[in-house]
Write a protein that binds this ligand. Structure first.
Ligand SMILES: Nc1ncnc2c1ncn2[C@@H]1O[C@H](COP(=O)(O)OP(=O)(O)OP(=O)(O)O)[C@@H](O)[C@H]1O
Ligand SMILES: Cc1ncc(CO)c(N)n1
Length: 271
């Protein structure tokens, strides 16, 4: 009998160097053995030194991609990445309300690690009002946590309060990714506030490297892939954390500066 594939979708921008955005998502889906589809919102001209130009897809074209995918496929889970502006957010939110596309992982992509902006300043409110209430899980990094909560979150207590604020805005589960900007730190801990109100911690050793382009995309893509298989939030986050760690721990030589992570090694080393 023919095997029925599990379909996982990324709604994201493409980064031309393959390190981040839709390409990293599709590498991750492949490595976790789900069938990946890509609904393109934008494209950036980037390499390992930075991003040099961006184009946003017309909303009518984004709408068409939603319609044709939903005409033909049953999607088990999706993740969002670069959404660029409030018009794209409105379109994505309307379609996530219209169509049942399975579990929703919201990765609030605002800025790259190297300071390039991927979401307009006037789009945060639409993100909070229209997308947060639809999320099964949201995965902000340290910078995005401050932007979305409007709070300064330095201590563990403050991070807990910030996660509770985001959960009150509608996200069922909130994964607050840990800081990794201190060369002397020994670990990176991500904190999950789960739907049941409990906090869970996911800790791995800190790796002191600049080759970490696409870590956030990879983490959220693996969460989506595992949720698509029907696994729990906690099991999905654990696999995503392990996978991303292995991908950082086995550097590959691509480009001259801020390199990508290694999805091949992670595929072999993650259960
Ligand atoms: N240097 C590191 N050592 C160990 N783990 C790391 C390191 N950097 C990131 N991680 C882990 O990678 C995952 C992604 O977190 P990160 O904060 O890098 O996301 P991000 O900033 O959204 O990434 P992106 O550049 O894709 O936007 C988290 O689980 C985090 O703990
Ligand atoms: C399109 C795109 N999405 C996300 C990132 C980083 O998160 C990037 N560099 N490019």
């Amino acid at each position: 009998m023919m095997k029925k594939e599990i379909i996982t979708l990324t709604i994201a921008g493409n980064d031309s160097d393959g390190s981040a955005g839709m390409t990293a998502d599709l590498h991750s889906f492949y490595a976790r053995q789900v069938y990946g589809m890509g609904l393109l919102t934008a494209a950036v001209a980037g390499n390992t030194t930075g991003i040099y130009a961006q184009e946003v897809m017309p909303v009518s074209f984004i709408q068409k991609q939603f319609d044709v995918l939903n005409d033909d496929f049953k999607i088990a889970a999706l993740k969002t990445g670069m959404l660029a502006n409030k018009e794209v957010i409105a379109c994505v939110a309307a379609n996530l309300r219209k169509y049942d596309m399975g579990k929703i992982v919201l990765d609030p992509v605002i800025m790259t690690k190297h300071g390039d902006t991927l979401l307009d300043d006037d789009a945060y409110q639409a993100f909070l009002d229209d997308l947060m209430p639809l999320a099964d899980i949201i995965t902000p990094n340290f910078y995005e946590q401050q932007k979305l909560t409007g709070m300064q979150l330095d201590t563990k207590e403050e991070i807990h309060r910030g996660a509770e604020k985001l959960q009150k805005m509608g996200a069922k589960n909130v994964l607050m990714k840990g800081r990794h900007d201190n060369a002397a730190q020994s670990e990176v801990t991500d904190i999950l506030l789960a739907e049941d109100g409990q906090f869970y911690e996911f800790t791995k050793p800190f790796i002191n490297t600049e080759r970490i382009n696409g870590t956030g995309d990879t983490l959220s893509a693996v969460i989506a892939a595992e949720l698509a298989k029907g696994r729990s939030i906690i099991a999905s986050v654990q696999t995503a954390k392990d996978f991303t760690y292995e991908a950082i721990a086995h550097p590959i030589e691509v480009g001259s500066k801020y390199g990508p992570i290694n999805h091949f090694a992670a595929q072999e080393d993650t259960k």
